[in-house]
Ligand binder design. Structure first.
Ligand code: CP
Length: 298
């Protein structure tokens, strides 16, 4: 039976831990140029209805390095863009490729696609969840600091798709999650209620105090651009900067999924701070996405 990866909850905690361990191993094999062509002859269709750099390159380069190949489809290239039903596209692509990667805003549309497809479907980000990002974040933390279970993570900023996914991750990996969002920008109430180790706190300082990891995301994600001015005002005081990290543990790590807006959700210099690991985090998108493809296809 095919497996999808629409949410971290589509895998068991043991499967997620194994995926991250495999990504660390694949990174070593990649550097040694000894990664075998595990997906030779396999094809991946990738539908991007929203822009992407890291996710797209991670999958396209990744399947190529495993001996397979990717077909990248922008919305405007496909009949989806002209109104062909999602289910029909899912059934057609299932006849032709071995898996489909999709970035689209409505999570319900992704679920419709996955239900109709007979090959694995991977969530490359929706307005609700961004599970591929979390695989890379956990890999990065564990490479540098060891197991994340039992640690404290602070999420500061917009309670949107990345924050929602951190809520699922806190359940799957067993870490404490403190979330600081401006009023009106809190994450999904259902995901908060389902995460026993997550709490909403009333300030970035309360979230960051003695944290092992501090995370943020842009204030205006894709699709929120028209709200940018209102959001800038609402998020004042929610910037992650060097002074905020000083309240965390001395060995705290800072992560940002990128792209970043310096001077907004982070200070102009934060990505140059030794506590920031955003470049390693971005690079790990390649290795975790390869491990995911192997898990779903090999
Ligand atoms: N973080 C992330 O998903 O990056 P892209 O939007 O460039 O894929």
């Amino acid at each position: 039976m095919k497996r999808d990866f629409l949410s971290l909850l589509d895998c068991t905690p043991d499967e997620l831990r194994a995926l991250v361990a495999r990504a660390i191993e694949m990174k070593r094999l990649h550097r040694e140029r000894s990664l075998p062509p595990l997906l030779a002859g396999r094809s991946l269709a990738m539908i991007f209805q929203l822009n992407s750099t890291r996710t797209r390159v991670g999958f396209e380069a990744g399947i190529g390095q495993l001996g397979g190949h990717a077909i990248v489809l922008n919305s405007s290239d496909t009949q989806l863009g002209r109104g062909e039903p999602i289910e029909d596209t899912a059934r057609v692509l299932s006849e032709m490729v071995d898996a489909v990667v999709i970035r689209m805003r409505p999570h319900a549309d992704l679920e419709r696609f996955a239900k109709a497809a007979t090959v694995p479907v991977i969530n490359a980000m929706t307005a609700h969840l961004h599970p591929c990002q979390l695989l890379a974040d956990i890999q990065t933390f564990e490479e540098l600091r060891g197991p994340i279970a039992g640690r404290t993570v602070a999420f500061v900023g917009d309670g949107y798709n990345l924050c929602n996914t951190y809520l699922e991750a806190s359940r799957q990996w067993g870490f404490q999650l403190r979330i600081a969002c401006p009023r009106g920008f809190e994450p999904s109430a259902a995901l908060v209620a389902a995460a026993p180790d997550a709490v909403l706190v009333d300030s970035p300082r309360a979230a960051a105090e003695n944290a092992d990891l501090v995370v943020t995301d842009v204030w205006s994600s894709m699709g929120h651009e028209e709200e940018a001015a209102r959001r800038k005002a609402a998020f004042l005081g929610y910037q992650v900067n060097e002074a905020l990290l000083d309240h965390a543990r001395p060995d705290v790590l800072f992560m940002h999924c990128l792209p970043a807006h310096r001077g907004e959700e982070i200070s102009a210099t934060l990505l140059d701070d030794p506590r920031a690991v955003a470049w390693q985090e971005a690079g790990n998108r390649l290795h975790t996405q390869k491990a995911l493809l192997e898990f779903l296809l090999a």
